[in-house]
Design a protein around this ligand. Structure first.
Ligand SMILES: [Fe+2]
Ligand SMILES: [Fe+2]
Length: 287
């Protein structure tokens, strides 16, 4: 189990999601909140824990409008706030992101077509992390597509000794109570994903997008959704959404062949920042 930071039987990592970074402190979300504040608060709490994560993963909606300026600001913030961990930061993309701008800033790959998905895997000891790309440009729902699923199937053909962790922005299960228009907010080809994962040693799926802490059974494993660092979602709305001030993240541990997720929501006033109706969701701008 080489590569594990603490002992041979414990792998610690942090799961963050939905940073929704803007291009600068004057560009507020809902005219009220700077998403950098939540990210800084989460980072401070992570440092307070005095743990040694093997890696940090952020599951999409990295930038609120997918601009080069926002990705540059995010890169600077990650350097400032997370350098102390000396841990790799694994990023994937959500419906608010723009692949081309992300690639230009983070991968030094300018000029790549927006339609080219960004997916990859990384090993940490006996654990493989599969970073998927569910973005459909201009849409709020997610889709992996046949090509990416075929790649995933090839990866999984060699099973990870400890387990596989799948990270994807769009949830593979609904947020909870039945909500009007919810099919427009989920991973569309989740049944095909379940087929590819069937029988494989998948110890968990980590997602974002809803900004609501959720744990659900799926395809013989557990799917976890973390809350956002930018703002919280209210799980009780039957129509549309109610977004609240606040931030959180997941402390994750792999031990005894199991992925254990501790969700941390930081104290906040949870004031309402924004509400919308399901009928308002006409573009990739929701969640
Ligand atoms: Fe999203
Ligand atoms: Fe989001």
């Amino acid at each position: 189990m080489t590569g594990w930071r603490i002992g041979v039987d414990e792998l610690i990592f942090f799961h963050l999601t939905d940073t929704h970074l803007t291009g600068g402190p004057d560009e507020l979300l809902f005219g009220q909140a700077d998403p950098a504040d939540g990210l800084r608060a989460v980072a401070a709490e992570m440092r307070r824990m005095d743990l040694q994560p093997a890696f940090i993963v952020i599951s999409g909606d990295l930038a609120n409008h997918g601009t080069v300026a926002a990705y540059k600001r995010l890169r600077t913030l990650l350097d400032e706030e997370f350098a102390t961990f000396e841990a790799p930061i694994l990023l994937n993309l959500g419906n608010h992101d723009r692949r081309s701008a992300f690639r230009e800033v983070f991968l030094d790959e300018p000029g790549v077509d927006e339609a080219t998905p960004y997916y990859y895997s990384r090993w940490f000891g006996g654990v493989r992390v599969l970073m998927l790309d569910s973005v459909v440009p201009g849409e709020t729902f997610g889709l992996l597509g046949e090509e990416q699923l075929a790649w995933l199937e090839r990866e999984l053909a060699t099973p990870a000794p400890i387990g596989e962790i799948v990270v994807v922005h769009h949830p593979v299960v609904h947020r909870g109570i039945i909500r009007h228009g919810e099919d427009g907010l989920i991973l569309r080809d989740r049944a095909e994903l379940a087929r590819v994962l069937d029988g494989r040693p998948v110890i968990g799926i980590l997602t974002g997008h809803t900004h609501v802490v959720t744990a659900a059974s799926f395809a013989g494993t557990t799917a976890f959704t973390g809350t956002a660092t930018a703002f919280l979602g209210d799980p009780s709305t039957r129509d549309g959404g109610r977004m609240l001030n606040g931030a959180g993240f997941n402390l994750c541990t792999v031990r005894d062949g199991t992925l254990i997720v501790n969700s941390i929501v930081l104290p906040s006033d949870q004031r309402v920042l924004f509400t919308y109706r399901s009928s308002d969701v006409t573009s990739a701008r929701a969640h």
